[in-house]
Design a protein around this ligand. Structure first.
Ligand code: ATP
Ligand code: MG
Length: 178
């Protein structure tokens, strides 16, 4: 059996047409902040639900089977304000507390912990990364934009040419329904 692995994560992708206006506003905020770090490409804007890391094909199938059993309604979220992860030097835009979002992330993270045999992650901080290698922000900036998600996907990080970051490839997705 192949032991090849891919670097995977479950996420909500911002590129669907119904989020276009909010996405434009988020891209605008990212442009405004750009001098303070290295902006994430517009096409890479997303909310990570569960980071999986290197996954082989057998574990990938099991993760997909778990996602087949998801019972989560479509998500209506709202962005809040910028924040900073000092350990990763990432400047991000936060997402307001939402129970369905939290339950979805917890379910995917606990499936990941079980299937990949690794400890569960620490606290879930829903966010959209805007800048890498960022300086800490002096004061948070507020941006309240609605975001609506009707599906969750599993993505692979695919490296671009040396030093040019990654692009994300959607490998599979699941519709969120009431
Ligand atoms: P790069 O690391 O090459 O700059 P990237 O961070 O966009 O690119 P990945 O590192 O593959 O790509 O990460 C994919 C997603 O998972 C991103 O949202 C990232 O913030 C998140 N992530 C990465 N590593 C972890 C981790 N150890 N714990 C939680 N989330 C993570
Ligand atoms: Mg990374």
């Amino acid at each position: 059996m192949s032991k090849e692995t891919r670097r995977l994560f479950f996420a909500l992708d911002l590129s669907d047409a119904h989020n276009a206006a909010s996405r434009d506003a988020i891209v605008g905020l990212k442009r405004q902040l750009a001098p303070q770090g290295r902006p994430v490409p517009d096409d890479n804007l997303h909310i990570t639900l569960a980071f999986l890391g290197e996954v082989d094909s057998k574990a990938y199938r099991r993760l997909c089977e778990t996602a087949d059993t998801l019972t989560c309604p479509p998500l209506s979220l709202i962005t809040t304000q910028t924040g900073y992860f000092p350990a990763q030097s990432i400047l991000w835009l936060g997402i307001a507390e939402n129970t369905a979002l939290r339950l979805l992330a917890e379910k995917l993270q606990s499936a990941a912990a079980e299937i990949l045999n690794r400890p569960a992650e620490h606290k879930f901080v829903p966010h959209i990364s805007l800048l890498r290698r960022a300086k800490p922000t002096e004061a948070p900036l507020t941006l309240q934009q609605p975001l609506h998600f009707q599906r969750v996907g599993i993505y692979a990080s695919v490296p671009l040419e040396e030093g040019h970051g990654v692009r994300y490839q959607c490998l599979n997705h699941w519709t969120l329904t009431d």
